[in-house]
Write a protein that binds this ligand. Structure first.
Ligand code: BG6
Length: 466
């Protein structure tokens, strides 16, 4: 029997993207850490492709917004690049060319009836701030971020109603300081990682305070990659390890953002292990008093957790969450072979219930969810369209779980798959394509994929039939 899944009225049928992954370097004054990484270690990047041109959104945004409308987007999440908007990083003085670009981009979104959700930081710290001050390890950088945020709110706060401070801030310490797969590619720097998590929470709270003090009419949130941590067995050890992994990777941002406080169990562990960040009571009060209006949640895959053996723990000289056990693979899992990530739609429901039950049912939206696939050209048909049915199935399965949670009272207001059009993805470059719209890197031409046409129908009908 056919059933129609209908979503709440006014639901955001959108897509997610970011400035550094789409715009290209054109007209940009500063290098961010990812630009720098590409300049100095090109071999780290799939096929040597960098962010210098990316999807040329800098020039093509007028036509791209028309395409976004064609695929049914009523909202769109992207980011302002600190390295583009700000001329003087110390004072927060804007760059006229950056102001012009973002103003025009915001106008184009409006003209196409697309609600913009603007994010301020998507892994793209200006490299000068890493070189001079040690990046997010420094509280001076926290203050400079606040200045950048103030400038952005002052310039665009009358036209943009929804703001977010950071995208996936856990990736900065995790990938850059613990596991070494993003610039500056350190491993095992647990103490620094803990300080970075704390400083970014502080930076987010300071930006939220600045937004409220600006008096602009709108809302501000944060985008977190909430990755459910499931214990590998019912044993006490695995359950305990999963709780801590959830604490390190999810609640370290989620709790301060929504409840204004750091999770006690994580603080206890950091204290016991001697890696507690430096903080002051005044800062803790600031975090407590400046929590988010809403949450963006990025979900791709869960974590499967087993308790680490003593021997495992000893192999790490420095502090690592691995001391408590993190298992990345799961024997029975469905894996996306291109990305190696487990596909587990039920986690979407679990996330929604967690936010509903444990975080005051705060308003939230899915700010990323998606399936990256390599070599999509093989699915191209004679008429030029890419028949990405696997992606449609992936979205349907996740939306079904989301719908179930909404029926049960979850306060979810939208769904933003990653991504609108294929874009540059850090060291994976253009390896795995995620877009509703294919981008041909030879001539920057765009073609709507089958999933884009499907999404239009879903958006028009505010739901779909299963
Ligand atoms: C998310 C990031 O974690 O994953 C995006 O917010 C990124 O910036 C996306 O592009 C997909 O990552 P990847 O490595 O599979 O291309």
């Amino acid at each position: 029997m056919e059933t129609k899944l209908t979503f709440p009225s006014g639901f955001w049928w959108g897509a997610a993207s970011s400035g550094p992954q789409t715009e290209g370097w054109f007209g940009k004054r500063h290098e961010n850490v990812m630009d720098k990484w590409y300049r100095v270690q090109r071999n780290d990047f799939f096929n040597g492709v960098g962010p210098d041109v990316a999807s040329d959104f800098y020039h093509k945004y007028p036509e791209d917004f028309k395409l976004f409308r064609e695929i049914g987007l009523n909202s769109f999440r992207t980011s302002i690049q600190w390295s583009r908007l700000i001329r003087d990083l110390e004072t927060g003085e804007p760059d006229p060319e950056g102001v012009r670009f973002y103003r025009d981009m915001i106008t184009a979104a409006k003209e196409n009836g697309i609600e913009l959700i603007l994010n301020l930081h998507h892994f793209d710290l200006p490299d000068e701030l890493l070189e001079k001050y040690g990046g997010w390890e420094s509280k001076h950088v926290v203050d400079l971020f606040e200045k950048f945020a103030k400038t952005a709110f002052g310039l665009f706060g009358d036209d943009v109603k929804y703001w977010t401070t950071f995208n996936e801030p856990m990736v900065i310490p995790e990938a850059g300081y613990l596991y070494g797969f993003h610039y500056p590619k350190y491993s095992g720097k647990g103490k620094e990682a803990a300080q970075i998590v704390y400083n970014i929470n502080l930076a987010s709270a300071k930006a939220i305070r600045a937004f409220r003090e600006s008096g602009k009419d709108g809302e501000i949130g944060i985008i977190l990659n909430l990755t459910p941590a499931y214990p590998r067995s019912d044993s006490r050890e695995d359950t305990e390890a999963a709780r801590l992994v959830d604490g390190f990777f999810n609640r370290s941002y989620l709790d301060p953002a929504v409840k204004g406080e750091f999770p006690k169990d994580v603080v206890e562990v950091l204290e016991k292990d001697g890696v507690l960040p430096a903080w002051t009571q005044e800062e803790l009060d600031l975090i407590r008093n400046n929590t988010v209006d809403f949450l963006g949640v990025n979900y791709y895959h869960p974590k499967r957790v087993r308790a680490a053996e003593q021997a495992d723990r000893e192999q790490w000289k420095d502090w690592m969450p691995d001391w408590y056990g993190v298992e990345w693979e799961w024997p029975e899992a469905r894996i996306n072979p291109y990305r190696g990530w487990e596909i587990y739609p039920k986690a979407m429901y679990d996330i929604a219930k967690n936010v509903q039950d444990n975080y005051g049912n705060i308003k939230w939206f899915v700010s990323e969810n998606g399936m990256g696939v390599e070599g999509e050209e093989k699915y191209r048909k004679a008429d030029g369209s890419i028949e990405d049915d696997y992606r449609i199935d992936f979205y349907k399965e996740h939306l079904e779980q989301l719908h179930k949670a909404i029926e049960e009272g979850s306060n979810c207001i939208g769904y933003h798959p990653w991504t609108a059009m294929d874009c540059w993805s850090w060291n994976n470059a253009y390896k795995n394509r995620y877009g509703f719209i294919a981008v041909d890197l030879n001539d920057q031409s765009r073609t709507i994929k089958k999933s884009g046409r499907w999404f239009r129908e879903v958006s028009d009908n505010n739901g779909f039939i299963i």
